[in-house]
Design a protein around this ligand. Structure first.
Ligand code: AMP
Length: 380
């Protein structure tokens, strides 16, 4: 099915191939016509499924001719769990806004940085992408008017609820006009998400994309059995011997992330840690350096497992396994995105073996396990 049969205007569909969007992903085929029609939508889909464009394109299309004259009022509100996702979603809105006959202004706001520049930047904005806490702050300072919102999007709703934003979200819902379109995206349909869905959505179109299986088939998964003391050298061996230029390494704690970065740097590998204890500026800078190839390895904790959009990430390494099998899938889903292949490598100690069996059972895939005892790690 081509993009042109989904109800999008020509000025959008004609320009999509220039963005390498040749044909719609499954979620886009289903979500775009429903959103254009004005329906509420529940999208159960992972990052990597193309969910961002599935709402950005129809929202921009619906905004044409409908933005109203009052520049103090926001038209579209997108709530997201993290600063990174806020930046990425706003970028997608902006990149597709260049196609449009009318100017659409998109701004992202998030906590952890000074509020004053954001207060100025949101004047005259059409699309506001926000983390819930900062939006409440801005609203309490009377910097933003939410009474003209026609479309509300909750992106990664499960993560927002996991991060404890439930009260802020409810507070925000109460500030919005009753008549509006609601779009809720979540990787999972947990009880919390179901509860939000029940208050928010009116006879929604439900789109469920079994993204895991599709995406996982593009990912070559292997694991190495390794002793705790050989983990660091093995990590460096894997990176160096494969000549990996872009690797995302996951640890389970901030402390371990810092330790791994330290050791990588001492061994001549350009690495940065990116986790919740880093400032927004430092996280953004690391991400840019990584995207530009100046940094080869990013070491991250699970907080950022989902929000980062780096196309064609060749390799993800689990230096430590996550506790939840779902997080394992989210982590390795950073590679094999947008229909390109990737490697996911896990380092498994004796204590991890049972847990790794559970992960494989839950994702319904078995992973090749290699022994690392015979690998000569001298000099790594
Ligand atoms: P998302 O799930 O929104 O994070 O999207 C994952 C990746 O897929 C992003 O890099 C998008 O730019 C890309 N993408 C989304 N839709 C399409 C499409 N129809 N064709 C090609 N790439 C796409």
């Amino acid at each position: 099915m081509p993009f042109s049969s989904l109800g999008l205007p020509d000025f959008i569909t004609k320009r999509l191939p220039a963005h390498d969007y040749e044909k719609p992903f499954p979620i886009q085929e289903k979500a775009i016509p429903a959103i254009i029609e004005g329906r509420d939508l529940l999208g159960i889909a992972q990052t990597g499924s193309g969910k961002t464009a599935s709402y950005v394109l129809p929202i921009l299309s619906n905004l044409m001719g409908n933005m109203g004259a009052d520049s103090r009022h926001v038209n579209v509100l997108v709530l997201v769990p993290t600063r990174e996702l806020a930046g990425q979603v706003a970028d997608v809105f902006r990149s597709f806004s260049t196609f449009l006959p009318e100017t659409v202004r998109t701004v992202s706001v998030f906590g952890g940085v000074s509020i004053n520049p954001q207060m100025k930047s949101i004047r005259g904005v059409n699309v506001l992408v926000a983390t819930p806490g900062r939006l409440i702050e801005l609203q309490s300072k009377n910097a933003v008017h939410l009474s003209s919102i026609t479309t509300l999007v909750l992106d990664e709703a499960d993560k927002m609820l996991n991060l404890g934003f439930k009260d802020e979200m409810t507070q925000i819902f109460n500030l919005l006009p009753k008549k509006r379109q609601n779009l809720l995206f979540s990787a999972t349909l947990s009880d919390d998400v179901t509860a939000v869905n029940q208050v928010l959505l009116d006879s929604p179109v439900v789109v469920k994309i079994e993204g895991d299986k599709e995406n996982l088939s593009l990912i070559k998964q292997v694991a190495y059995n390794v002793t705790e003391d050989r983990k660091g050298p093995l990590l460096r061996y894997i990176i160096k011997s494969n000549d990996f230029k872009q690797v995302l390494v996951f640890t389970s704690s901030v402390f371990e992330a810092e330790k791994v970065v330290d050791k990588l740097k001492k061994n001549g590998i350009e690495a940065r840690a990116i986790h919740s204890k880093k400032s927004q500026g430092s996280r953004r800078e690391s991400l840019i350096a990584f995207k530009q190839g100046k940094v080869n390895v990013l070491v991250s904790t699970d907080l950022l497992a989902r929000g980062i959009d780096i196309e064609d990430m060749p390799c993800v390494i689990n230096y430590e396994l996550p506790r939840s099998p779902k997080d394992y899938v989210h982590r390795i889903g950073r590679t094999g995105r947008a229909e390109s292949n990737g490697d996911a490598i896990s380092l498994i100690t004796k204590q991890d073996q049972h847990h790794f069996k559970i992960i494989q059972k839950k994702m319904k895939r078995s992973v090749d396990i290699l022994e690392s005892d015979d690998i000569d790690l001298h000099g790594f």
